[in-house]
Design a protein. Structure first.
Lengths: 530, 507
């Protein structure tokens, strides 16, 4: 039974989408109701998995491994560790909230919209649970299609341009990944005499230094486009601004995480030497993203594009934490992935709520909303503060850990990245002040309705999570830690060898190696980082 | 010298013989009977194809007619593709026989069947003469079919163009084959290979590792001839006009059946016969790199020119040039994956392209237009067609988990394996690189059709009523694309038997 969990949580939304196909297109409430039930049940499944997950065990849990295309060694191999676990829960929770949020805002093509949503959910969860590289690639590409339609059909005025740009960027990256993936596949065949795409097996294959650099580059480009890391971010503002509210929430909340997740799950364990070699460059790009994203956010007049650019900045933090290559950094990065999903997701929802009322998102059109919409203003405040990283909110814990890691890796990284925190406070609070405080100057804002029960229902869970992670993050961190150690132990062993000026890896720790090993490797690595 | 009568094994040829007789019967039926419903001849043709399929199940594999006829697993695999392509082409013709082809219906369907017989014969030939006959039997009915709308200038133009180009390329091919015969003294493909491999002949000396000018000419002429059939640049110019002018089901049949036949001919002559001239150590003297350049050109030309097309048939014509390029990448990978990947690719392409053309035919029947712009709002008026078309286009683009993706993946896998194992084969990486970059272009123009169907608003949306047969073809296509995409194992297994047919030839 246990090994069915992941299959169920992955494919239940797909099943829902298939059921929706047979519902007549004009029965809106049936369609919405069915999607809500499907999303909700999926969420319950993911909670159940969370509950059954053993936080102390290292290695993969709930594994399934069945042959799929036998003659090519492609397996249906699923499994999760703490990192994937949290991302799955994030995905399912956000999906439920998105379905509720879209309840009234989608009026045309209701059926297609909810089918796309559910397909997207399957694709996203699939990426987080796959342990077979081929399967990973399939899920990775699958979610392009519903996202293309979500942006292109239900998006803003320049939606078609944004949709095509999004797909072309992603596709370009993923095709490179496909080649790298095939190269690794044949290398493994030469190494072990067996054709397989199994990530856990390939992880233990030593690769020469130069191929590693190329392969890391190919995978990293695909993931960096998704993150998006500066300078591959140019699709993001278009996609975010043009996407419908729900599309933006999913995009920011989950899709971007697939990029960082790819780095953690594939790039780092598979190409440890290259990880160390690229570390300074990626850290520098991450820092540029942090500062650049923040500066560009500051000059935005549209709230939604402000939030979009702030994503670039926040994802820069995540990348920096990951590539600090120490436990604090990686843990913080993973937690920040969740945090960003929560707070940016909430911000997009909030932007969507005022857009539905006023059909504008320009900061200058607002002002004084605190008087007309006090509940709204409160929620907005909490989410804004969480996005800035105020203590007792989730953002603080994540950013603090990341900065700790960054300082450990290199003092300058920490110093520069910290400036991003200050800038974040500037642009977020300034925007908040202009939208919410002051006098109501625009008469159109006089009679705005405050949040409805449905809208509150959407925001409350997110606010609860914001405070929960902010005040008591250990349940999350406990689950991240073993997984983060696993990743680092792979990289760490490589660095030990590299220090001895030999690029041949003699002994790479197997996933599930003793934790002492990992600790030793970590200590070594931190030494190397300084 | 005692003359020994070769062993004739008619049983091996049973499917071809049956289908040939059936084709004649379909034509005769139409001539001899009085007015009948518009679909009788078509239904008869479908029955014939189905019966041929059943006969094929009971046909043994083996050699017959001396060594001329060799029914091996590769032949069987491709015969399945030919039969299915003919089946789907005929299925999507039922609209035409209601509206535009009011006379000579029997000939229309009979010629499709005859062409199919030619393809099947080609797939089984293991000798140059029978191969050539098969190829001719494939193309000559298609000349007529391309010009079947006698009062439509474009159709007639297509027929003439195809005739001239086809005749020219056949002559070129024959010219090349005659050189090979002159150099080796045999038309048997297996013998040609062993002669080239083991003994010094006039054209090629393995000891010196070099080809004489005559051999080079032979190879060039053959590549030119087959290049026309496969529409590999620089022999591709006829494709858009012919594809645009021909009746849409015939275009579909051309793009799948005729292309697969060309691939079989290529595999037989170049890989089975002239394998030893494909030696990476002799680059650039070997034909591998030449075909590689043609494949790269096909991917670039096809994908780049497709972007500007406003007519969906022309767009699909250019896309078929591009797909020929992809499939040649797999063909060049002479390892255990290579030929199997070609087989799978064509199998996926069969469902995808036949399905897509079935939709094009349906819409052309109703509106008389093949402009992409006329697809605007299709998602509102007939969501079934829009979703099916989207699935086909995504499969053509190569988005998982559809069959087209797995085909592309398989082809690239075979190529990278080849590049990794052989020395001096780094150019294959470039080829794969070209394939990847052009795939992104492909995404753009396929997405453009989806954009038109879903995103473009229109005042006069298309109204399409569907005939049951067309729906059946589209459903077969969708099911094939989805099922074989999700579960490629059976086809991969089936296709993997093919390299075995080449014996110990492949590494």
């Amino acid at each position: 039974m246990e090994d069915l969990f992941l299959t169920i949580v992955t494919f239940f939304p797909l099943l829902g989408a298939v059921v929706l196909l047979f519902v007549p297109a004009n029965q809106h409430s049936t369609i919405k109701g069915t999607s809500l039930i499907v999303a909700f049940v999926t969420m319950l499944f993911s909670f159940w998995i969370y509950n059954r997950f053993d936080p102390v065990a290292s290695g993969m849990q709930f594994e399934v491994n069945l042959p799929w295309v036998q003659s090519l060694g492609i397996d249906y191999h699923l499994g999760i560790d703490g990192i994937s676990l949290l991302l799955i829960v994030l995905t399912t929770v956000l999906t439920v909230l998105c379905v509720i949020a879209a309840w009234h805002s989608v009026t045309e093509g209701v059926k297609g919209f909810f089918i796309s949503m559910l397909l997207l959910t399957t694709g996203m969860i699939g990426v987080f649970v796959s342990l077979d590289l081929f399967l990973f690639y399939v899920f990775w590409e699958v979610m392009l299609v519903p996202m293309y339609f979500l942006i292109g059909v239900w998006g803003g005025p320049r939606r078609v341009y944004a949709a095509i740009k999004f797909v072309l960027f992603t596709m370009f990256g993923s095709l490179l990944m496909l080649v790298a993936l095939l190269y690794v596949y044949f290398e493994y065949q030469a190494f072990a005499g067996e054709y397989t795409f199994d990530l856990l097996k390939i992880m233990n294959m030593p690769l020469a230094y130069h191929p590693q650099l190329w392969l890391f580059g190919a995978f990293a480009l695909a993931f960096a486009i998704k993150v998006p890391l500066f300078p591959f971010h140019t699709w993001l503002p278009d996609a975010h601004v043009q996407a419908p509210t729900v599309g933006s929430v999913i995009l920011a909340g989950v899709l971007l995480k697939m990029g960082t997740y790819g780095f953690l799950r594939i790039c780092m364990p598979l190409f440890p030497d290259a990880t160390i070699a690229y570390m300074p460059y990626i850290c520098i790009l991450a820092i540029i993203a942090i500062i650049y994203g923040a500066l560009v956010s500051m000059v935005q007049r549209d709230v939604k594009s402000l939030v979009a650019f702030s994503s670039v900045s926040h994802m820069g933090f995540v990348m920096l934490g990951m590539f600090s290559l120490n436990l604090q950094g990686v843990e913080g990065a993973v937690l920040q992935m969740i945090n960003h999903g929560i707070s940016t997701g909430a911000l997009f929802l909030i932007v969507g709520m005022i857009y539905e009322r006023r059909h504008t998102r320009m900061i200058e059109d607002f002002g004084g909303l605190a008087k007309v919409m006090p509940v709204f203003a409160t929620f907005f405040m909490i989410v804004t503060l969480s996005s800035i990283g105020l203590p007792f909110t989730n953002g603080f814990v994540g950013e603090f850990l990341i900065l700790l890691g960054a300082f450990k890796a290199n003092t300058w990284y920490g110093v520069l990245a910290s400036s991003g925190v200050i800038l974040a406070a500037c642009y977020m609070l300034w925007m908040y002040q202009r939208v919410v405080y002051g006098k109501v100057t625009n008469p159109k804002n006089q009679n705005l309705k405050d949040l409805s029960a449905r809208e509150r229902l959407v925001l409350i869970p997110l606010v609860v999570l914001i405070f929960w992670i902010g005040i008591y993050p250990s349940p999350f961190l406990n689950r991240i830690e073993p997984a983060a150690k696993q990743v680092l132990s792979h990289v760490g062993k490589a660095s030990t060898v590299q220090l001895n000026e030999s690029y041949e890896i003699v002994d790479v720790p197997v996933l599930g190696a003793s934790s002492d090993d990992a600790e030793a490797a970590l200590a070594e690595l931190e030494g190397a980082g300084r | 010298m005692e003359f020994q009568l070769p062993e004739i094994n008619l049983q091996l040829m049973a499917p071809e013989i049956f289908l040939f007789l059936w084709a004649l019967a379909v034509m005769a039926f139409d001539v001899t009977t009085k007015r009948k419903s518009s679909s009788t001849a078509g239904n008869l043709a479908l029955v014939g194809l189905a019966v041929t399929g059943v006969i094929m199940v009971f046909t043994d594999q083996g050699r017959g007619f001396g060594n001329m006829f060799f029914n091996d697993s590769m032949a069987v695999f491709f015969k399945v593709i030919f039969l299915a392509a003919a089946f789907m082409a005929i299925g999507s013709s039922f609209g035409l026989t209601h509206t535009r082809i009011l006379n000579h219906r029997g000939e229309y369907f009979g010629l499709i069947l005859l062409s199919t017989v030619g393809m099947m014969f080609l797939a089984s030939s293991s000798e140059l003469i029978s191969l050539y006959i098969g190829l001719e039997l494939t193309t000559i009915p298609l000349f007529v079919l391309a010009a079947f709308f006698k009062d439509d200038r474009k159709s007639v133009e297509a027929g003439i163009k195809y005739l001239v180009v086809g005749a020219f390329s056949s002559a070129l091919l024959l010219y090349g084959l005659s050189f090979i015969y002159g150099l080796t003294g045999t038309t048997d493909i297996a013998q040609i290979r062993s002669i080239l491999a083991h003994s010094a002949v006039a054209g090629f000396n393995p000891a010196y590792q070099e080809s004489t000018p005559i051999m080079v000419m032979a190879v060039l002429a053959i590549l030119g001839g087959i290049g026309f059939k496969l529409a590999l640049p620089p022999f591709h110019q006829w494709v858009p006009d012919v594809y645009e002018g021909a009746p849409t089901p015939i275009t579909a049949f051309l793009s799948v059946g005729s292309k697969a036949a060309g691939l079989v001919a290529f595999a037989k002559i170049m890989i089975m016969g002239l394998y030893d001239l494909y030696d990476p150590s002799k680059a650039p003297n070997d034909w591998g790199i030449l075909v590689g350049v043609m494949a790269a050109a096909a991917m670039i030309v096809g994908n780049v020119l497709a972007i500007r097309q406003t007519n969906i048939k022309r767009m699909l014509a250019y896309s078929s040039i591009a797909h020929a390029g992809y499939v040649m990448v797999g063909m060049l990978a002479l390892n255990s994956l290579g030929l199997a990947s070609v087989g799978y690719y064509m199998f996926a392409y069969l469902f995808t392209n036949m399905g897509a053309f079935a939709i094009v035919a349906l819409i052309e029947d109703r509106t008389g237009s093949c402009e992409i712009a006329s697809y605007a709002g299709l998602s509102k008026t007939s969501p079934f067609l829009a979703i099916s078309m989207t699935i086909f286009l995504l499969s053509l683009t190569g988005i998982p988990p559809l069959a087209g993706f797995f085909g592309k993946f398989y082809v690239f896998a075979a190529a990278i394996k080849m590049a990794e194992t052989g020395s001096g084969l780094t150019w294959i990486y470039w080829l794969v690189g070209v394939g990847l970059v052009t795939s992104v272009f492909a995404l753009y123009y396929y997405a453009n059709v989806m954009r038109t169907m879903y995103f473009v608003e229109t005042d006069s949306p298309l109204k399409v009523t569907m005939s049951p047969m067309a729906v059946a073809v589209i459903v077969i296509g969708v099911v094939g694309v989805v099922v074989f995409g999700l579960n490629p194992q059976p086809i991969v297994q089936f296709a993997s038997d093919m390299p075995a047919a080449l014996g110990a030839l492949l590494p």
